[in-house]
Design a protein around this ligand. Structure first.
Ligand SMILES: O=C(O)CCC(=O)C(=O)O
Ligand SMILES: [Fe+2]
Length: 290
């Protein structure tokens, strides 16, 4: 249980070889299917919690899919893997045996695309109503599963050890997480040593865990290969009575129910979709509308 100690001490932990090769291969094949599905759409598409974030990349001049959320609703492999028994093994000592699944996100970094970086931030920034999420410090974890090799060349995750004890630092405000360029200079303005940022080197099947307060981000993909990352965030069920899908109930891996629960998408009930969302976030779209 080294990861428990490491997480508590440093605000993140890496579990090497978290998933066996055959499960990684099944997920890589699922990501390929999901990308084909995403690129059937001309722009961002939502149907309930399922989201394909699609836009025309300004450098490539072609459509790319940067993220896909909750593909578990349309793909059996994605549904099975979100509650793989190895997640329970890693999470149980931290969250207990009743665990809700709050975010399910595939992140691609298409080589040559403009928006392949994530500005440094703490995930608490994305909880609009923090009071509904119970124990923000210890009740929640985000996990990132490497599905290919990732390091300095293709924009692997960077974390700032110890930042989980610094409270909310307010970094990355004033732009979206994928626009505005790197906000490295903000680290120093916040009194952090930019050399303290650690870039992870991950092999396929390695898992990273971090807290809602851990400062992290990732630089652009400067290589000619993608970076395949599967993010899942989980919380103690007691800290999330009204949000999230069951992942484990008293330790039992639990399939999705008949209808989706409210997760990150707060407007699920009023505006379930399906509908399209034009790109209003990219710097090009903002410039065109002003
Ligand atoms: O994909 C990444 O490198 C980081 C993404 C992230 O931190 C987020 O979506 O909150
Ligand atoms: Fe994040």
């Amino acid at each position: 249980m080294d990861h428990v100690r490491h997480l508590r001490e440093h605000g993140y932990a890496v579990v090497r070889g978290f998933l066996p090769d055959e499960d990684v291969a099944a997920l890589v094949a699922a990501l390929d299917r999901m990308k084909v599905e995403a690129l059937k759409h001309h722009t961002t598409y939502r149907d309930h919690n399922l989201l394909f974030e699609v836009h025309t990349d300004p450098l490539l001049g072609e459509r790319v899919c940067l993220q896909a959320h909750w593909t578990c609703w349309i793909d059996e492999t994605m549904e099975r893997m979100r509650r793989h028994p190895n997640y329970l093994k890693v999470l149980e000592p931290l969250l207990g045996r009743d665990i809700k699944h709050y975010a399910s996100q595939i992140h691609w970094k298409p080589p040559g695309a403009k928006y392949t970086y994530y500005r440094y931030h703490q995930d608490i920034k994305f909880r609009e109503n923090p009071e509904i999420f119970g124990d923000l410090m210890d009740g929640w974890l985000t996990t990132g599963l490497a599905l290919n090799r990732q390091g300095g060349d293709n924009g692997a995750l960077c974390v700032y050890p110890g930042s989980h004890r610094m409270g909310y630092l307010g970094l990355g405000e004033g732009a979206t997480v994928m626009t505005g360029g790197s906000n490295e200079e903000e680290l120093e303005a916040a009194g952090l040593d930019r050399d303290g940022m650690v870039q992870l080197e991950l092999e396929p099947g390695d898992l990273v865990l971090w807290t809602l307060y851990t400062l992290h981000g990732s630089p652009a993909n400067g290589s000619d290969r993608d970076r395949l990352f599967l993010l899942n965030s989980y919380g103690r069920a007691a800290d999330s009575p009204d949000r999230g899908e069951w992942a484990f109930r008293d330790g039992v891996s639990t399939p999705l129910g008949a209808t989706p629960e409210i997760c990150k998408y707060e407007q699920l009930r009023e505006k379930p979709g399906p509908f399209y969302i034009d790109d209003t976030w990219s710097e090009e779209a903002v410039a065109a509308s002003s």
